[in-house]
Design a protein around this ligand. Structure first.
Ligand SMILES: [Zn+2]
Length: 282
């Protein structure tokens, strides 16, 4: 309900017009890292971030905002009658923290020259797996946590590894013992399964349709194969500490095509009752 309320606020502020009159409805808060679910009339065409956006038979679609998205976003809707409307939204800017992680394997902070080719090859595989635009509608499901545990890393943090600045952290880290089952947060199709990538170790990518995907890294075991379709809640992998990691945890990332999204904005709060090491609420 909070989501709807925020959309309503934007409407009241005049940043968007009335939903029915302007032919566009958006669920979600316009902020960096957000995943937004939209609806238009079934015949309408949607353009966002320079991309023609796939819509379902009911006019539903998904778009996403990257970590460093600018202050304004524009959704263009062409109605079935051919009329084009530009919808402009203000994007809330976030403040990201700094996180220092010491004790990761030195080769994962400063890769030797002979590893660069492998690293490039692997990042091309990952890019390709996230580039698909499948007509699946799994993105409409309410997402669930892939496992429960202490959150040790959040989306967007500026990271220093062994004291050296590196790219920001794009996932959410959940600490759990090696071997802990990882469940599909929503249904999807496996588009990448790799036992040992240079930085990310055991890596699995699940496509939820329309460009929305989940990536799970540092896995010790992967239980599904590329092309396989999985149900929400199905065990797909096991937690590990492979790649650039100091201990066993799940790193869950989400993408809308190349844009990095914040999984925590999609799945909501983890219920404290089920988080290990915390007291259950009365
Ligand atoms: Zn991580």
């Amino acid at each position: 309900m909070a989501v709807r309320f925020n959309t309503l606020c934007l409407l009241l502020l005049g940043l968007s017009g009335s939903v029915s009159a302007r032919g566009l409805e958006i669920e979600g808060v316009w902020q960096q890292g957000a995943t937004l679910i939209g609806r238009v009339e079934p015949q309408a065409q949607v353009t966002f971030a320079g991309r023609q956006v796939r819509t379902t038979g009911q006019g539903r679609f998904v778009i996403g905002l990257g970590r460093d998205a600018g202050t304004e976003a524009v959704v263009e809707v062409r109605s079935g009658g051919g009329e084009l409307t530009r919808h402009t939204f203000a994007v809330k800017q976030r403040h990201y923290n700094i996180q220092r992680i010491d004790g990761v394997p030195a080769r994962t902070v400063n890769p030797p020259p002979q590893s660069l080719q492998r690293i490039r090859r692997e990042s091309a595989l990952t890019r390709r797996a996230r580039a698909g635009d499948l007509p699946r509608e799994d993105f409409l499901q309410p997402f669930i946590w892939p496992l429960r545990g202490r959150i040790t890393g959040v989306y967007g943090s500026q990271r220093y590894y062994n004291g050296e600045p590196r790219r920001p952290h794009y996932g959410i880290d959940i600490a759990a013992p090696t071997g802990t089952p990882v469940r599909a947060p929503a249904a999807g199709k496996v588009t990448l399964s790799h036992g040992d990538m240079y930085f990310s170790g055991g890596t699995l990518i699940l496509d939820h349709g329309h460009g929305l995907s989940s990536t799970f890294i540092h896995l010790s075991e992967i239980l599904v194969e590329p092309g396989q379709e999985v149900e929400q809640g199905q065990v797909i992998a096991a937690v590990g500490a492979s790649g650039r990691a100091t201990g066993p945890h799940l790193d869950w990332r989400m993408n809308w095509f190349e844009f990095r999204l914040d999984p925590q904005l999609v799945v909501g709060a983890m219920l404290p009752a089920a988080a290990p090491g915390r007291a259950a609420p009365p």
